[in-house]
Design a binder for this molecule. Structure first.
Ligand SMILES: Nc1nc2c(ncn2[C@@H]2O[C@H](COP(=O)(O)OP(=O)(O)OP(=O)(O)O)[C@@H](O)[C@H]2O)c(=O)[nH]1
Length: 301
């Protein structure tokens, strides 16, 4: 179903953390009267889909007490926090100019009678333009962070995620690991077999890495033939094993073997006294050492 939404070509990012909208709406009556006009105005104050959903869920609380409200879009699913399962469910598709924007899923302990459904439809119509704008912004934000060839996070996304991962690890007295991977002899593929053969190798490598990593790991392409993997939490202790497995998988990939392409990797683990810059420099040096050691291998900082 989600594949039919507007901006269907986009890969959905994970959902943003939600707010206490559903629980709040139970006490909505003490808040000022929410006219249809003021709902539109409120929705125009933000381009954040999660915040718009919270505004809608509070307004919907005027129609009937909700237990849960979820919106499914091409850029991800968003749920008002405090949501919990209820007996009655009602789904509605939001369409604007014959384009499917999203699917709304309501849950309540009260039945969605035809009259309630009509009132919900009116509220939904107030959301359409604001939601369309928020989806476009979200799509642009995603594009700015994605490598167009492989769909992996790009260098800008890496920089942001890397800082956050390091800060989080430090705050929790935890560690994290960085693996920098660089293909060996990749240039000759472009030179001998053409740029599209080179692109196919990059796609095969991206798929291989994606398949081998856990969803909690983060994978990026820096551009060129260089990739980065961020491991946090419990993965850190086995980071060397992970790095060796990744390199082996690339080396054994039939398309890479066909063109004599392999991979080298440098691994570094965050030490308590280090910051992100140290960690990156250490992984980079380890990668350099792996290349110097004859390629197709892993070095640990
Ligand atoms: N096909 C393709 N080639 C790219 C892309 N981005 C960069 N390249 C090429 O990737 C190559 C990377 O160069 P190097 O890292 O020196 O190539 P290498 O042969 O792997 O070098 P070593 O790492 O020393 O083995 C360059 O020839 C770039 O033109 C891309 O998106 N597609």
């Amino acid at each position: 179903m989600i594949m039919e939404y507007l901006l269907v070509q986009d890969v959905a990012l994970s959902t943003a953390p939600s707010y206490a909208a559903v629980t709040k709406l139970q006490s909505w009556p003490q808040l000022p009267e929410c006219t249809e006009q003021s709902l539109v105005s409120q929705l125009q104050t933000t381009l954040d889909i999660q915040q718009q959903l919270n505004i809608v869920s509070m307004a919907t609380g005027k129609v009937l007490p909700l237990s849960s409200l979820t919106v499914k879009t091409a850029v991800g699913d968003f749920t008002a926090s405090g949501s919990c399962a209820a007996d009655f469910e009602y789904k509605s598709v939001l369409v604007l100019n014959q384009q499917c924007l999203a699917e709304l899923i309501y849950q309540s302990d009260y039945a969605f009678t035809p009259m309630i459904q009509r009132e919900l439809l009116l509220l939904e119509s107030e959301w359409l333009f604001a939601l369309r704008n928020a989806l476009v912004v979200s799509r642009l934000q995603q594009m700015a962070l994605k490598d167009t060839l492989t769909g992996l996070g790009n260098r800008r996304f890496f920089d942001d995620s890397f800082d956050k991962t390091v800060q989080l690890a430090k705050r929790h007295n935890d560690s994290c690991a960085l693996i920098l991977l660089d293909l060996d002899n990749f240039k000759q593929v472009n030179d001998n077999a053409g740029h599209s053969a080179g692109d196919e190798i990059l796609l095969a490598v991206a798929d291989t890495l994606r398949d081998m990593l856990r969803c909690t790991d983060s994978l990026f392409r820096f551009g060129g033939d260089e990739f980065a993997v961020l491991l946090s939490g419990q993965d850190t202790s086995s980071a060397e094993l992970v790095a060796r497995r990744l390199v082996r998988a690339i080396n054994q990939h039939h398309r890479c073997q066909q063109h004599n392409v392999s991979a080298s990797a440098g691994l570094a683990l965050l030490k308590p006294e280090q910051d992100g810059k140290h960690l990156f420099a250490a992984a980079d040096s380890a990668l350099y050492a792996a290349k110097e050691a004859g390629k197709s291998t892993v070095r640990v900082a």
